[in-house]
Structure formats: C-alpha cells, structure tokens
Design a protein around this ligand. Structure first.
Ligand SMILES: Nc1ncnc2c1ncn2[C@@H]1O[C@H](COP(=O)(O)OP(=O)(O)OP(=O)(O)O)[C@@H](O)[C@H]1O
Ligand SMILES: [Mg+2]
Length: 512
C-alpha cells in the first residue's frame, strides 16, 4: 500500500496493527518494512506515534508508543513517511519549553513550521574530534566548590534517595549559574513531577533568564517511550548549539535514573529477559548511547549536571553504579545529614571529583581540601567513642579535631535562594576564595570560642562572627547545651545501628 504524502512527496507506507500490549505495538507491513527508529503514525488524526524498535520478521515490526495508547486497536491503519523522530533546532527554540516531539508546551506563539528539524538519534562525536580541557566550573555552593569542584565540559552527578534534596540542589545551581553562563542552558526533565517543570519555567521567567534557556520535558505522566527518548531530544538540541553555533551548553537533567527506568519498562514490555534486580540486559548500552553524546569537541563544550535517584539509598544499585562510571564528579547526598538539617545534605567524604588534584585546583586549595577531609574522617572515627564514652574521655587533640570538624560541617551548609520561601533564610552565593578562607581559619582554630551554631547556614565566615557576637552572653552556655542535646541522640542512633551490625563489637567497646 503506497500513497504520496501531501507535504513532502515521500511515499507513505501503510501497515496494520496486529497487537497492542501496553506501550508495545506490533505492526504488519505487506512490503517495505520500515527500518529501526522509523516513526509511525496512527489514530483518527494520526495523533499517535510509535517508534520502530525491532523488525521481528519480513512483515512484522515491534515498536514502542510515544503517546498514550488509549483507543489503539488491532486492525488500525498505521502510516509512515520513513522519517525518524526529529526535534526543531535553531535560534528560535531559545526561551521555549518543549515536549519529546519538539512541540512547544508553554502556550506562547507557535514556532515556524519550516524550521530545521534534526533526528534525535545521532552518534556520539568520534574520539579524534573530542577535546579535554581541565577547567573548574564554579557553582557558588561552598561544599561543592571546595571539596568536589565541577569540571567545565564535564559530567557531574547528584546521587540521592527520595527526598534528600536533589531537585533543590539542581535548581540552586541553575539559579547561580544561568545568569553567569555565557552559553545556552538546557533543562531536561525526565520522569519527574510535572509540577516541578512548571514551577521551574515560571521561576526562570520571573528571574529573566529564560532568554538563555531551553526546557524540555517528558515527565512521569507520559508513557515510557516518551521518557526514554526525551534525553536524546535534549541532546540533539544541545549538539546544535555546540556544533553549529559554537556555544557552550549547560545541560541539566532531572532525573537520569528515570531514563534507565523507562528503558527497563520498555525492555520488559518487549519481552526481554531481565538482568540483575530486574534491570534491562541492555542498561549499559542504552546509558552510554546517551551519556557519550554529552561530549566536548573543538567547537564547544557540553557541561552536564545530572540528578540520579538512588533506589533505597543503595549506591550499589546497578543504575547508580553504571551512571557513576560516566561522571567526572559525583556529589552524594545523605539521608543522615538531611535528617540533621545540614543542607545541602552532601556526604562530604563519599563525594569526589576528578578535578581535585593540585595541578588543576592549585596547591593551596588541594592541601586545604585534604585537611578538611582528614579532619572529617577522624571525626567520623571518633563518633563511636563519643557515643559510648562521651567527649570527656577524648584526648585534648581529639577534642580539637571534633570541634574543628563540627564547625566545618556547619560552615559547609548554606542557605539557598531556592528554599528562601520556606526556610525564611536569605539565599547566599559564596565565592571560592571566601569558602576556602573560612575553612582555613576554622582549621587554624581561629573561631574555637564561637558557638557551633554561629557557623550554621551562613555565607562567608565573617557572618559567623556577627552571629556569635550577637548572641547573648550565654553564648558559651548554649554551646554546651547544644552539644549535650546532640549527645544522647548520637548515642542511641549509633548504638542501635552498631549493635545491629556487630553486637560483639559494641559489647567489647562497652567493657573497655
Ligand atoms: N538546601 C535545602 N534547604 C532546606 N531544605 C531542603 C534543602 N534541600 C532539600 N530540602 C528539603 O527536602 C525536600 C525534598 O527535596 P527535593 O525535592 O530536592 O528532593 P529530591 O531528592 O529531588 O526528591 P525526589 O527523589 O522525590 O525527586 C524539600 O522539599 C525541602 O523540604
Ligand atoms: Mg526531585
């Protein structure tokens, strides 16, 4: 069956639906079986889209629906002009919000119909075309800039379980960087809440930075096919800015785990055997097809920051493990820190960056970062003893380490612009110099007489002094009540987990 399409004179190939299982649709073609990735249309107004994923035999293809399949039935006619899913590229897409098909969803005026469209499936740039520069990308967020500096043109991941602050941290980074970033910023929402997409769009509009941004969403209400392809659509647009306009691109993705999850749903529906923990056997290939496209060439750089949901807070989950291997910096968010209110809840010892070497960040910064890590690691080790025997039993040296570490932990929290509305604290952006300076002075014991609370949720270190000085004379008293308040907490908590893991060890310690 062949007719000629009205618009482009490509022969239209027609087929018939022979089975519908969830989002997976099998189609029969008498001849001219469409190749993989071809987009098929069906429905009354040809409003439903199906992408070919495999050719089952000489007459049947199996595809995944990119739109809801309600109303789809066997025998319905499917047609295609042989094209793949393509999204608009060009200057006009800046400041707009799109769905996976490249349709605008911001209720503004339509983009011109004759605008160039590019296929969302592209190969990553070859090795010979890639470039690596080692430059730091500052975020204005103290713990990140000091301990896990991001790479310009690199990939950074924000790992965390449900509700530990991934989206808040990502939004804060957008807030701090979009204004300063000379290139284009792109936000790609994959499988997260629709509300968040809307809020972001309006916040960006209000902040007046929309003219340098492109937003793209395939949220959780959409079928797995749409969530599976929206990342590729975003990269096609990003590649246009990099390759054609030679501009740097900042690509923010929330949440790359949902891309993997969409792949898992598709794979299950396609009838593939699941692999470890039910993930698709092709997880690694699918993820690298997307991640490898986020690359720097001589034309420009794509810097990406990706939120990664970690199921059940288990960092050994295959989805998290495979994502780790693509990144140059990983920021791990911890539930424990979130529960203590130490936001951003970054696990300072488990997060790391390949940039943290003396050759790139400089000798002073490197040494300071090492010293901070050392202090925090020592404190971590001492926590058990403190929980069992109390601070009094520590040597003077150890007590100093604990004091420094607790002040550092608090100094490395920061009030966010994003959370101003509900925290009531004014957001702060801190320069790297100020952050390093503060840490250095804390490590030098310059502020050992200030109460710990003076360091909590401040910007520069000078604010600690103001906060400490403004306290009533009971400043020192409040310090002791504060640590006393914390002690029983820590104790029960620690003992509980410890006794679960290793009851003998706890007994041993208690007898000591
Ligand atoms: N920096 C912060 N300051 C104060 N509160 C915060 C901060 N970060 C996170 N929170 C609190 O944690 C809540 C959850 O944060 P967020 O929505 O960013 O989590 P998430 O990791 O994206 O969760 P999900 O996996 O469900 O998407 C926020 O609504 C807020 O109450
Ligand atoms: Mg989130």
């Amino acid at each position: 069956m062949e007719t000629v399409s009205k618009h482009n004179h490509n022969p239209l190939i027609q087929g018939k639906i022979i089975s519908v299982r969830g989002s997976v649709v099998d189609v029969w073609f008498d001849n001219n079986l469409p190749p993989v990735y071809t987009l098929l249309h069906t429905g009354k107004d040809k409003e439903m889209a199906i992408e070919v994923l495999t050719q089952l035999d000489a007459h049947r293809i199996r595809g995944i629906a990119l739109t809801p399949t309600q109303g789809l039935a066997r025998g319905m006619v499917v047609e295609t002009d042989g094209k793949q899913l393509a999204v608009p590229v060009g200057k006009v897409i800046i400041g707009r919000m799109f769905d996976v098909f490249g349709n605008t969803i911001d209720k503004e005026k339509l983009i011109p119909a004759d605008i160039e469209r590019r296929n969302i499936h592209q190969l990553p740039p070859p090795l010979a075309k890639r470039s690596t520069k080692s430059e730091i990308f500052l975020t204005g967020i103290k713990p990140i800039d000091v301990l896990m500096p991001l790479e310009r043109g690199g990939k950074a991941g924000l790992f965390g379980g449900a509700g530990v602050g991934k989206t808040v941290l990502l939004t804060e980074m957008i807030h701090n960087m979009v204004g300063h970033n000379k290139g284009v910023s792109m936000f790609c929402g994959i499988g997260e809440r629709c509300r968040e997409g809307h809020e972001l769009y309006h916040d960006m509009k209000k902040a007046g930075v929309l003219e340098n941004m492109v937003l793209l969403f395939g949220q959780m209400n959409e079928p797995p096919g749409a969530r599976f392809r929206v990342g590729h659509a975003a990269l096609t647009m990003a590649e246009y800015f990099r390759d054609d306009e030679h501009r740097d691109v900042l690509l923010l993705i929330d949440n790359i785990f949902r891309f993997i999850q969409a792949g898992m749903e598709v794979s299950g529906l396609m009838g593939q055997m699941p692999s470890r923990l039910g993930y698709q056997p092709t997880l690694e290939t699918e993820l690298s097809k997307l991640e490898e496209r986020i690359a720097n060439t001589n034309a420009g750089a794509i810097t990406s920051i990706q939120a990664v949901y970690v199921p059940a807070d288990d960092l050994t989950d295959p989805a998290a493990v495979h994502t780790f291997s693509h990144l140059s910096a990983s920021i791990v968010l911890s539930r424990k820190k979130a529960s203590e209110g130490l936001y951003p809840a970054i696990d300072l010892l488990h997060s790391n960056s390949k940039m943290a070497t003396p050759g790139i960040i400089g000798e002073r910064h490197y040494k300071l970062a090492q010293e901070i890590r050392q202090t925090l690691a020592q404190y971590e080790e001492l926590k058990d003893i403190i929980a069992m025997l109390g601070m009094e039993q520590l040597s003077v040296n150890d007590r100093n380490v604990v004091n420094r570490a607790r002040r550092l932990e608090r100094f490395l929290t920061q009030p966010f612009f994003t959370t101003e509305k509900f925290s009531g604290l004014k957001g702060k952006e801190v320069s790297l110099d100020d952050a390093l300076n503060g840490c250095e002075r804390i490590l030098d014991d310059e502020f050992k007489d200030l109460p710990e609370s003076a360091f909590y949720m401040i910007g520069k270190i000078d604010e600690a002094k103001e906060k400490g000085d403004h306290k009533p004379k009971t400043g020192n008293k409040s310090k002791s009540t504060e640590s006393e308040k914390q002690k029983p907490d820590v104790k029960t908590d620690k003992q509980e987990t410890e006794s679960k893991k290793n009851p003998e060890k706890v007994l041993e310690k208690q007898t000591v």
